[in-house]
Design a protein around this ligand. Structure first.
Ligand SMILES: Nc1ncnc2c1ncn2[C@@H]1O[C@H](COP(=O)(O)OP(=O)(O)O)[C@@H](O)[C@H]1O
Ligand SMILES: CC(=O)N[C@@H](CCC(=O)OP(=O)(O)O)C(=O)O
Length: 301
């Protein structure tokens, strides 16, 4: 249980910043790895509710990769990933939708409402919120980049923000599952980081926060002393090219790229395992995750 004195201290630190952001939209991507424990889930949900009470308009986009993998395993199916994206055949997309929309989305909504918010769950199919097209994964083979078909994996073609804006205006917290619908009527499984980046871009959000299960970004993932607290887009892209950022971190950086290019002021990668990390990173000077910005200001020589 989070210590209540500690909690109060975080809130007091955050207050002056909260006032500055009042009325702004903040998109929070809640990753599957940071929702495996009920205690931490509660801390993330409480932070989201706190933002809402402080006059911020939070929009939640959630993942659930580990739960999808678990369900597939129960059903005797192995998971495989290409550039951080799940290879998704027809059966897998059905299971992904059941887990994301039927289980995880409704659980987050239930939790938010239980703790006093007004939350509403949406999948990309509701009001055509997420229009998707087939994603072709890019794979390097013998020095050449090749496109590979990995099934019903989607790219976001368009976010129809109307329903989200209406809900925000009515005081609801929209909770979005990363399932899209194609113009062909097909259902697409979309990485939740991409959806969050696109939603933040389409809404003209002030901030995008990606909550995951690592402290942030490391220059060398095996050496925790190489933690980076601020990263420019150019540096992040260079780290992807040289392979220091890989797997599930790639879609996160790409989501930050998308959001920053569309005018989102700041993007953050945050450790959901730390109590109240969302409030601390975004609204205090105590930044505890990695902040990805368009350009980095160099201090000194
Ligand atoms: N340079 C890096 N710094 C930090 N994490 C990295 C890096 N490169 C790859 N990763 C991996 O990215 C993972 C986060 O992505 P992912 O597992 O998809 O999380 P989520 O479920 O929250 O979306 C980390 O757990 C880590 O294994
Ligand atoms: C295409 C693709 O990879 N989709 C993801 C969707 C869920 C997700 O993104 O969950 P996390 O944020 O917890 O990783 C998947 O099937 O795992």
């Amino acid at each position: 249980m989070t210590n209540s004195v500690e909690k109060a201290a975080v809130l007091i630190q955050a207050l002056p910043y909260l006032q500055r952001f009042s009325g702004n939209t903040v998109v929070i991507k809640y990753g599957g790895n940071a929702m495996l424990n009920d205690e931490l889930k509660k801390s993330v949900i409480q932070d989201i509710i706190f933002l809402k009470y402080a006059g911020i308009r939070p929009v939640v986009v959630h993942g659930g990769g580990p739960e999808i993998t678990g369900m597939l395993k129960k059903l005797g199916k192995q998971s495989s990933f290409v550039s951080g994206l799940r290879v998704t055949d027809e059966e897998t997309v059905e299971i992904a939708e059941m887990v994301l929309v039927g289980k995880i989305n409704s659980e987050i909504v239930k939790f938010l409402n239980f703790l006093g918010a007004k939350a509403i769950g949406l999948s990309g199919k509701d009001a055509d919120l997420i229009i998707a097209s087939k994603h072709l994964a890019k794979v390097r083979e013998n020095g050449e980049i090749k496109e590979v078909d990995i099934g019903f994996v989607g790219d976001v073609l368009k976010i129809n923000t109307g329903i989200v804006e209406k809900l925000l205006d009515e005081g609801y917290i929209p909770v979005i599952a990363p399932i899209g619908v194609g113009k062909d009527g097909a259902t697409y499984n979309i990485n939740a980081d991409y959806v969050a980046g696109e939603v933040a871009a389409a809404l003209g959000a002030e901030k995008l926060a990606l909550i995951t299960d690592v402290e942030g970004i490391y220059r060398d993932y095996n050496d925790k002393s190489t933690f980076v607290s601020t990263l420019s887009l150019a540096e992040a892209q260079e780290m992807i090219k040289e392979g220091t950022i890989d797997g599930g971190m790639i879609p996160k950086i790409e989501a930050c790229v998308k959001a920053l290019a569309a005018g989102v002021a700041k993007t953050h990668i945050i450790d959901g395992r730390k109590p109240h990390s969302l409030l601390l990173e975004i609204f205090t000077t105590e930044g505890i995750g990695t902040e990805v910005v368009k350009y980095r200001r160099y201090i000194g020589g």
